[in-house]
Each structure stands twice: as C-alpha cells, then as structure tokens.
Design a protein around this ligand. Sequence first.
Ligand SMILES: Nc1nc2c(ncn2[C@@H]2O[C@H](COP(=O)(O)OP(=O)(O)O)[C@@H](O)[C@H]2O)c(=O)[nH]1
Ligand SMILES: [Mg+2]
Length: 230
Amino acid sequence: MGGGISRESLREHIPSLPGSYHCAMIGLDSAGKTTVLYRLKFKHYVNTAPTIGFNTEKVRLNGSTFTVWDVGGQDKLRPLWRSYTRCTDGIIFVVDSTKEERLEEAKLELQKICKSTVTGTAAGARNKNSIPVLVLANMQDLPDAMDAEKLEPLLGLRDLGSMRQWHLQPTCAVTGDGLQEGMGKLQEMINNRRKTSKMTNGFGPAAGIRSNSSTKLNTKKLQRSQSYSA
Ligand SMILES: Nc1nc2c(ncn2[C@@H]2O[C@H](COP(=O)(O)OP(=O)(O)O)[C@@H](O)[C@H]2O)c(=O)[nH]1
Ligand SMILES: [Mg+2]
C-alpha cells in the first residue's frame, strides 16, 4: 500500500460502523482479562494461562459486535498497550479488587495510558472527547474484594480529566456477573462520544461530557444496588 499513512490515521478517518465496536482490554497481569474475554465469548468459564502477546475475539452482545483485544499485562508487555489503545473505540481496564497493594501500580498504568490517548494527531487533539474507559473491578466473588466506592478514589478515576467518560463496574469473570452491564455502559459511552464527535468535528473543541459513574454492588450477592453519576 502507499506510504505515509499509518494504521492509526486510517482508523481515525474511517468511521466505525454503527453497532460495531473495537475495544482494547488491558490491566495488570492476573487481573482476569482473559477470563473476561472468554466468558464474554463462550458464555462459560474457561481456564486460562498467562497471556504472552494478545488474544482477540469477536463478541456478539445485544445485537452489536465488539472486537475485543486482550493484551498481556506483565510489565515487559505493557509498552505494547499503546498501539492497541491509541485508535480504539473503548478501553476496558481490568483490576483485581482483592489486591490493595497493586492498586497504585494499576492507577499509574491507567493514568499513563489515558494520557497517551489524548495527544496525537490534529484530529485526535481536537477531539478531546477522549476514548471512554470501562474499569472492571473484578474478583468480586472473593471475600476480601474492595467495593466500587473504595476502589474509585484509590484508582484516581476522578483525576482522568473532565473530557473522559468512565464507568466503574464490579464483576466476577468466573460467573460473568456484571459483565453484560459493564459492556452496555461502554457501548453507551462510545455512542455518546461518536455523537459528540460528529457534532463538533471542525467546529472547535468538543462539548464537555460528564457521564461518569460507578455501579455499586452488593458484593455478597453480586447484585446491583444503586448507581450514581459524577
Ligand atoms: N475468583 C475469581 N477468580 C478469577 C476471576 N477472574 C479471573 N480469575 C482467575 O484469576 C486468574 C488469572 O486470570 P486471567 O484471566 O488469566 O488474568 P489476566 O492475566 O489478566 O489475563 C485465573 O486463575 C482465573 O481463573 C474472578 O472474577 N474471580
Ligand atoms: Mg491473560
């Protein structure tokens, strides 16, 4: 193909089809990313091995197609994340809710990746209506899992900037609890971003969007009890 046009800039100029979404799933190693991917794809639990490189699957949910890229989370693989997140429609960031000692590391990695997705081409910079982030607070079936209320400040989600939509969703990837709901939220945020980008393209900065939220979950019963917006 002709030189000079990168894969990223092509993705920026070719609009995604309605009902079709490209998502990059990242997070520290052993957070449950691959378990999430196969739970979404096959609707049952699949035993995993550490991911060297990436896994990808097309997942059908609510009549839409999500192409999900699950990228290895070991620290030597993290420099790869950027090439998956730069031009994606949505970022899924998976956290092990039982590992308080790894939350600072997770927070810094999330901040780093979010920073890397606001700069870039002129179009990217104008469209400061940044790539939405779905944070999965995974392992909620375990007794020492922290709930969304506790995780939200520890992950610094409110510091991600006013142009960033995010949603914090408690999940258990083994049973699938919370996954459908989280993906529904991600879809809503992506559609919101697409709408805002259409309205503002070429007419100055995007209007601010504040649709950030956490789903609170009864961690014992894994049922949604309440949600709130920032
Ligand atoms: N109890 C429990 N274990 C989980 C959950 N999600 C993943 N796991 C387990 O955590 C381990 C790491 O999961 P994996 O998907 O390989 O993590 P990844 O490195 O982020 O891809 C595996 O043994 C999974 O079975 C969960 O929600 N609850
Ligand atoms: Mg994996």
